[in-house]
Design a protein around this ligand. Structure first.
Ligand code: GLC
Length: 655
């Protein structure tokens, strides 16, 4: 009995063990099965995802060497037509993509994706910043584009609004507000030609200039990039700049009039950018202002043959301008007859779009955008736009119109026909260009007040010099100089600070010059004849310069105070990107000079201080007295109807 029981128990235990191990085996098999499903599923998903998202280009053969579009003797229209007919949809969309060079995963992507444009956004320089290395960097990218199936060359673009200012050693001309003060179209034309020749020497073929903005509010961080708040002066100088840039001189560089349109009329406090106050903001939807103030400079630019126009990041009423078909297609392309191509500003298709990138591409291209400064995801752009065309959300006709406009400008610029030649590197920062820039400095410096103290004697006297801007080429050049936000300090090779310019002019002619940045001359026994305080703004670009109350900073005000204690007369020279509120301070100065952002040739200031040149410049926009006067309308009317400190057109001379 006991044996039977034991056997039974053993058998039961064995059965239990068998069942348990069977369960374990089943569990293991199930887990293995589940894992394999996940792995296979994942792989299948990846294949589907890649398939769907893979940017596969149709494999097409290269064109014959005698293809019509390659023949420079053929009319541009015929070359565009022939080339367009040969292009795949993907190649067409590739031409509509403008990429910052830092976004390329490899230079060969230019060739593989047939990209239309590359840019050096501010600061996107070669590892060694000199003209030769700029040339080499750009040449490599141009080579990639020429090795693409159809060999369509790239436009390589850069911001050279006050000289080829990204390049160390280039001539830094006065920022546009100073040129506006000169009012001299011939000078602007020569500066544009000189700049174009320095751009060409580095292999670059596109300059995102001129700005046709018209600032009505000095609190904006981009006042200095504009010539004036007056559409008439903007038209005159903008056309002069376009003509100097797009030939007929020795260098043809594609120009971009910007930022279309009405930029400068945004409303304070309405910026879409959470850290800005007015830049990238809202412009009131005002048809009268549109037709009488905002459009005329662009009509002048179109009539002058500008090859591209850049749309700004502002809103027109409640619509982004970049989404606004009425403004871009109906007004600019149809009414004004613009035949060039429309390019967006940095990330402009997507910034503040309120929708997906896919939808934003559709909205902007259908509004009339031809080339998108993405500037990052070119593969996604090509894939999305291809999908939108396949779904007929963008018509093939719109794509063909955009690409035709781009190709036309490439043929017009001679990109298909240019012969490799050694770059004229020595023209970058040449003596002739620096002399031109020095002339521009003296022609743009405005004399605001003069109690019989200017011009100064070149042969005798004792002068004290002080202030944050006296010996600081970074401040006298402003932003958009090598770095986007500029660089404070004396670092620009080949440049001359204002102090150095004064020393060069009178340092060896019997005039005693003493310099102390803070104006600390308290060890003096007697007062000097004259104290010159050169005050300055720190460099700033775009919305980072939005300032509720632009004024002379405390340190410089303290310097002026000290200088008054040690000088019989005090002259204040203001280095700034805009008028500053000096309503009270100016009363105690003997003379006041607005020098704007003169650039690398600071000696031009000495030329007017010591009468080598007469002061001749006048204010290109009103100089407000107090904040309540802002914004000041294009007709000069201040918001509170009170009188500005100085009206547009004001300026004293020293004959
Ligand atoms: C910037 C500016 C524009 C410039 C562009 C390329 O954001 O708004 O003036 O041309 O991007 O650098």
């Amino acid at each position: 009995m006991r044996l039977t029981k034991t056997i039974r128990k053993t058998r039961a235990q064995n059965a239990k063990n068998k069942a348990r191990s069977k369960n374990k085996l089943l569990t293991k098999r199930f887990i293995a099965f589940a894992v394999s499903i996940v792995i296979i599923g994942g792989a299948v998903f990846r294949i589907i995802y890649i398939k769907q998202n893979e940017l596969t280009f149709p494999v097409l053969s290269p064109p014959a060497s005698d293809a019509l579009y390659k023949n420079p003797s053929q009319p541009i229209e015929a070359r565009v037509k022939d080339l367009l007919e040969r292009m795949s949809l993907e190649e067409k969309i590739g031409q509509m993509a403008l990429i910052d060079k830092r976004s390329l995963s490899k230079p060969q992507d230019i060739k593989d994706f047939g990209l239309g444009g590359i840019l050096s956004g501010a600061g996107a320089k070669p590892s060694t910043n000199d003209p030769q290395n700029w040339y080499r960097m750009v040449a490599e990218m141009k080579k990639q584009s020429k090795e693409s199936r159809l060999g369509i060359p790239i436009f390589y673009g850069i911001d050279a609004n006050h000289g080829h200012s990204n390049v160390l050693g280039a001539t830094i001309f006065p920022h546009s507000i100073g040129l506006g003060a000169s009012g001299d179209a011939e000078l602007v034309n020569k500066i544009a030609e000189a700049t174009a020749s320095e751009i060409k020497a580095t292999g670059i073929n596109w300059n995102y200039s001129p700005s046709l903005d018209a600032p009505k509010d000095i609190r904006w961080g981009r006042v200095y990039e504009a010539y004036s708040d007056d559409p008439g002066l903007n038209s005159k100088l903008g056309v002069a700049y376009i003509n100097g840039t797009q030939g007929p001189g020795q260098s043809y560089i594609l120009a971009s009039a910007k930022h279309y349109l009405g930029t400068g009329s945004m409303v304070w406090g309405e910026s879409n950018h959470k850290k800005f106050k007015i830049d990238q903001g809202k412009i009131l939807n005002d048809e009268h202002a549109l037709n009488n103030y905002y459009l005329p400079p662009y009509k002048a630019a179109v009539d002058a043959g500008v090859g591209s126009i850049m749309v700004g990041l502002s809103e027109w009423g409640d619509t982004r301008i970049i989404d606004n078909k009425y403004l871009i297609t109906d007004k600019l392309k149809t009414e004004l007859g613009f035949k060039g191509f429309v390019v967006s500003d940095w990330y402009g298709a997507y910034e503040y779009s309120g929708t997906s990138k896919y939808r934003a591409n559709i909205n902007t291209i259908n509004a009339g955008l031809d080339m998108a400064m993405l500037p990052y995801e070119y593969k996604a752009f090509i894939k999305d736009v291809r999908k939108a065309v396949q779904k007929n959300e963008i018509s093939q006709g719109r794509i063909d119109d955009a690409v035709s406009r781009i190709l036309y400008q490439k043929f017009r610029a001679g990109l298909f026909d240019e012969k490799e030649q050694d770059p004229d590197i020595k023209i970058v920062g040449s003596i002739a260009h620096r002399q031109l820039a020095r002339q521009a400095v003296s022609s743009s410096t405005v004399l605001l007040k003069n109690n019989e103290v200017l011009p100064l004697s070149k042969t005798n006297g004792e002068i004290l010099i002080a202030g944050s801007g006296a010996d600081n080429v970074g401040r006298q050049s402003g932003a958009w100089t090598v770095e986007w936000q500029g660089i404070d300090g004396n670092w620009v090779p080949g440049a001359t600070s204002i102090l150095q310019g004064i020393r060069q002019t009178v340092g060896n002619s019997g005039v005693q010059i003493h310099y102390n940045k803070d104006g600390a001359f308290n060890d003096r026994k007697k007062k000097a004849d004259v104290g010159i305080a050169i005050v300055s703004e720190k460099p700033y670009a775009e919305g980072w310069g939005d300032n509720p109350s632009p004024r002379i900073d405390k340190a410089d005000l303290e310097t002026i105070r000290r200088l008054k204690l040690s000088s019989n007369k005090v002259i204040v020279i203001i280095i700034s990107g805009r008028p500053l509120f000096i309503n009270d301070e100016i009363k105690s100065w003997d003379a006041a000079v607005a020098a704007w952002l003169p650039g690398s040739e600071g000696a031009g200031i000495a030329d007017v201080l010591f009468r080598d040149k007469s002061f001749s410049a006048t204010l290109p926009l009103p100089w407000p007295a107090i904040e309540s006067q802002l914004p000041i309308n294009h007709d000069g009317a201040t918001k509170d109807q009170s009188r500005p400190l100085f009206p547009r057109g004001y300026g004293l001379t020293t004959n």
